[in-house]
Write a protein that binds this ligand. Structure first.
Ligand code: 5RP
Length: 223
């Protein structure tokens, strides 16, 4: 039996195989955040001469990329990118995702929005029939934490504040437990409309384009 970390290593390696033929001297890669992406960054470093630069979704990934000598561009310098590569906390069969376990959801959604395609890299513990078992992270403006919490409780969730965490943008994260998310895109829109919400951890209005999933029997592709 492979451990979860070994599966993450395998999907990171598969992502390198997937992305390498698509690289050129002009390529800018969008880079997500998390332990799976950390492994991808470490593997990507061996190919840093094959592409131009990266756009990063967090201070954590920026530091790791720069430590490997990979240039990180300000997103304002970038008009478009072909690929954004990131992990997920949950992904369903329609490639809707829950993200933000690491608290980087807002910058992840921003960088992903500049890319044409989203490559999601996960181990198979993240693949679900219906999103919602993993608590849904939401980034909120600190003064709105309680007002947003009340609105989410009206939608049937139980809300917990990550009191010891501040996002790269200086905001709070609340995690919503106990949701059965039957219509992810509609639910994402509904949460986006709550005043004080900076970003909802649902990636359903725009989901993944392709997912690589590491299983005990090898890496499979969902698209
Ligand atoms: C961070 C994220 C991550 O992609 C998600 O939490 C998965 O992380 P990991 O690869 O460590 O399991 O959304 O905000």
């Amino acid at each position: 039996m492979y451990t979860q970390d070994q599966l993450k290593q395998q999907v990171a390696a598969a992502a390198i195989d997937f992305i390498l033929p698509k690289l050129s001297a002009d390529t800018i890669l969008g880079i997500g955040t998390g332990s799976t992406v950390d492994m991808f960054i470490d593997a990507l470093a061996q190919h840093k001469g094959a592409f131009k630069a990266a756009a990063s979704s967090s201070e954590r990934s920026t530091l790791r990329l720069q430590q490997h000598g990979i240039e990180v561009l300000d997103l304002n310098q970038i008009q478009s990118m072909d690929w954004y590569i990131d992990g997920a906390d949950e992904i369903d069969g329609q490639l809707n995702m829950t993200k933000g376990g690491g608290g980087a959801l807002t910058r992840e959604k921003i960088v992903a929005s500049v890319a044409q395609h989203f490559l999601c890299i996960v181990d198979d513990s993240k693949v679900v029939q219906q999103l919602g078992a993993f608590p849904l992270p939401i980034e909120v403006i600190p003064m709105a934490r309680q007002s947003v919490t009340r609105r989410l409780e009206q939608l049937g969730g139980t809300v917990k504040w990550r009191a010891d965490f501040v996002t790269d943008n200086g905001n709070d994260i609340i995690d919503v437990h106990g949701l059965a998310i039957t219509e992810p895109a509609q639910f994402e829109s509904k949460i986006n409309d709550i005043p004080g919400v900076v970003c909802c951890g649902l990636f359903a209005l725009t989901g993944a384009s392709v997912a690589l999933v590491a299983t005990q029997n090898g890496v499979t592709t969902m698209s």
